[in-house]
Ligand binder design. Structure first.
Ligand SMILES: CC(C)(COP(=O)(O)OP(=O)(O)OC[C@H]1O[C@@H](n2cnc3c(N)ncnc32)[C@H](O)[C@@H]1OP(=O)(O)O)[C@@H](O)C(=O)NCCC(=O)NCCS
Length: 170
C-alpha cells in the first residue's frame, strides 16, 4: 500500500500582521488567522493526497495569546492521519516579534479535508505513516477526534463511536 510520512505533507507559512488584519485592539483578527490556517492546512492535505481538497470541518480553536500588529505569524501544518477519503491536519501557530526576537504560541487546531476526484466526488487517499513519538500520538488520537466531529456533524450515531466508548470504559 502506498504511504507517506507526515513530514512529507509539512507546510510552513509566514505572514505579517498589517493594519487591515487587526481588530480595534491592534491584534490580529481571529477570522483572518483562521483564513490563513485554512489555506496552510488545505495545502498540506493537497500535498499528502495529490488531489484538490475541500474543508469538511474545523475543530474548536482556543486562542491562547493575541498576535500584535507588526508581528509575524508562523503556521505549521501536517497530516496526522488519512482515513478513506478524508485527512486530519494538525496546525501549530506562533506569533513573533522579530525586532525583540520573541516567539510565542498562539494556538493549535485540527482541520479535516476531503480529497476530490475530477467529478468533485470524494476520492480515496493514501495512508499516513507516523514516524516520531509525537506523530504517533497525534495519529492514535485522530480516531477519537474523528468520531467526535462525525457525531457533532450528524454523520455518526454516538452508539457507533467505539473508540470514544473505549476511552470512557477503560
Ligand atoms: C465534505 C464533503 C465532501 C463530504 O461529502 P459527502 O457527500 O457528505 O460524503 P461522505 O458522507 O461520503 O463523506 C466523505 C468523507 O467526508 C468525511 N466527513 C463528512 N462530514 C464530515 C465532518 N463534518 N467532519 C469530518 N469529516 C467529515 C467523512 O467521514 C468521509 O471521510 P472518509 O471517506 O475518510 O470516511 C461535502 O459535504 C462537501 O463538499 N462539503 C462542502 C465543502 C466545502 O465547501 N468546504 C468549504 C466550506 S466554506
Amino acid at each position: 500500500m502506498e504511504r507517506k510520512k507526515p513530514s512529507e505533507s509539512l507546510i510552513i507559512m509566514t505572514e505579517l500582521v498589517l493594519p487591515n488584519d487587526t481588530n480595534v485592539f491592534g491584534n490580529l483578527m481571529g477570522g483572518r488567522l483562521m483564513y490563513w490556517m485554512d489555506i496552510g492546512a488545505a495545502l498540506s492535505a493537497t500535498k499528502h493526497s495529490g488531489s484538490p481538497v475541500v474543508t469538511a470541518s474545523v475543530d474548536n480553536i482556543s486562542f491562547t495569546n493575541p498576535i500584535r500588529l507588526g508581528n509575524v505569524v508562523h503556521i505549521e501544518a501536517k497530516v496526522t492521519r488519512a482515513f478513506n477519503t478524508s485527512m486530519e491536519v494538525h496546525l501549530n501557530v506562533w506569533g513573533e516579534d522579530i525586532i525583540r526576537q520573541h516567539k510565542y504560541k498562539s494556538n493549535e487546531a485540527y482541520y479535516t479535508f476531503v480529497a476530490l476526484d475530477p467529478h468533485g466526488k470524494p476520492k480515496p487517499v493514501i495512508t499516513a505513516e507516523p514516524q516520531t513519538e509525537y506523530e504517533i500520538k497525534l495519529f492514535e488520537g485522530a480516531l477519537r477526534r474523528r468520531q467526535i466531529r462525525l457525531i457533532l456533524g450528524g454523520k455518526m450515531k454516538p452508539k457507533d463511536a467505539k473508540e470514544l466508548k473505549a476511552l470512557f470504559s477503560s
